[in-house]
Design a binder for this molecule. Structure first.
Ligand code: PLP
Length: 378
């Protein structure tokens, strides 16, 4: 893949999301929904670029939200179902949630008891998040099944006598995983909660399914969904975030300066801490178009942000030619968990957001300025 010509004239930093790449993912997701009759929702926490919601709405059944604001965004911009899950709802927000969400998932029996009358009177479908205590991954901070986790009701805390009025169960335990982890999780869910599943209308498998990754076993996912549907006579929901916009976007940046201290560091106009915080949090090393591992190509640089944070480094990369001030670089897979998480630490400007339509035309969707920084501060 090459750096695109049009990127040379974009204001940087700039997230660029491509309609055709999104569609490629959406087609895969729709195939799963069509083959099984399951409902697939966009988890907005990963990708909330609502410019593309009309497109996404053609392929998916709706959205899910982590709180009132995401729920409002889904309500305003997306067609279809509007689900919400929060570890704890605020009383003063609940009436509005009831107006705009059709499915409400509670994290505890205490929350369910607190809000059930209101929710059922409003005719909403209610669900309970369960915790099957089945860890299938090693990223501690992304493991809702870790010991002491605040997410979901464990079998020990389950109150079967309080199930009347609940129409579904929900679990979310995975992170960037293939179907083998889902299979293992489903066995744990069934072993612990299977006997109550028969009385439910639906089961939500949560997110973390990397369905649109090249090596994901889509046929096995279809088989999993069909098995659960048949055995328990439930509808199945999936709410992937990453899989919807995986590899569908880039972050284009400009080299501002090059400094030397035992090695060369290129200072960019983008920051890991501000514009791609998962690089530091996860942590991971994003791909750059045309770049290799350190020393794989003749010219190696550390890439750093312009903030004061000593650790605001994106990683070490090598290039075929020396980097020069003004060069453009394109970070890959930057649609997800990037613009939803960005911040203006150090007064860093928020990246411009651009979209590439199906004919290859690039359009700037939104630019940010000083007011966006200032308005958050007082
Ligand atoms: C409850 C819930 N659903 C869905 C998701 C989306 O996960 P992913 O983007 O990994 O598919 C998350 C992510 O944290 C989540 O907490």
């Amino acid at each position: 893949m090459e750096l695109k010509k049009e990127w040379q004239s974009l204001p940087t930093p700039c997230y660029v999301v491509e309609e055709n790449l999104l569609k490629k993912n959406l087609v895969v997701l729709k195939r799963v929904a069509d083959a099984t009759g399951c409902h697939i929702l966009l988890a907005q926490k990963a990708f909330s670029m609502f410019y593309f919601y009309p497109l996404i709405g053609q392929y998916l059944a709706g959205v899910t939200a982590s709180g009132l604001f995401e729920a409002r965004l889904g309500h305003e911009e997306m067609s279809g179902q509007n689900h919400i899950f929060s570890p704890a709802y605020k009383e003063e927000e609940f009436a509005e949630i009831l107006q705009i969400c059709d499915h409400i998932v509670y994290n505890s029996f205490s929350q369910w008891k607190k809000f059930r009358e209101q929710a059922l009177a409003a005719g909403r479908e209610c669900g309970l998040r369960i915790n099957p205590e089945c860890s299938t991954q090693e990223h501690g901070i992304y493991d809702p099944c870790a010991p002491g986790s605040r997410f979901g009701v464990t079998l020990e805390n389950f109150q079967p006598e309080e199930l009347a009025g609940l129409s579904g169960l929900h679990f979310h335990t995975l992170c960037e995983q293939n179907v083998d982890a889902l299979e293992e999780t489903l066995l744990a869910v069934e072993a612990k909660f299977g006997k109550w599943l028969h009385q439910m209308k639906w089961l939500n498998f949560g997110g973390g399914h990397h369905i649109t990754r090249a090596d994901y076993d889509v046929e096995r996912l279809i088989a999993c969904i069909r098995r659960i549907q048949a055995k328990y006579d439930v509808e199945v929901y999936l709410e992937p975030g990453e899989a919807v916009a995986l590899n569908a976007g880039f972050l284009v940046t400009t080299v501002l300066e090059i400094v030397e201290n035992g090695m060369k560091t290129a200072i960019l106009d983008t920051s890991a801490a501000c514009h791609m915080p998962d690089v530091l949090e996860m942590p991971y090393r994003p791909q750059i178009i045309g770049a290799g591992e350190p020393a794989e190509k003749p010219y190696t640089y550390r890439l750093g942000g312009p903030t004061c944070l000593a650790g605001d480094n994106i990683g070490d990369y090598s290039f075929d030619a020396p980097l020069a001030i003004g060069d453009r670089l394109g970070f890959c897979d930057m649609a997800i968990y990037s613009m939803v998480k960005n911040n203006t630490f150090n007064g860093m400007p928020l990246p411009t957001i651009a979209a590439v339509d199906s004919s290859g035309q690039t359009k700037i969707v939104r630019r940010f300025g000083y007011e966006d920084f200032k308005n958050r501060l007082s």
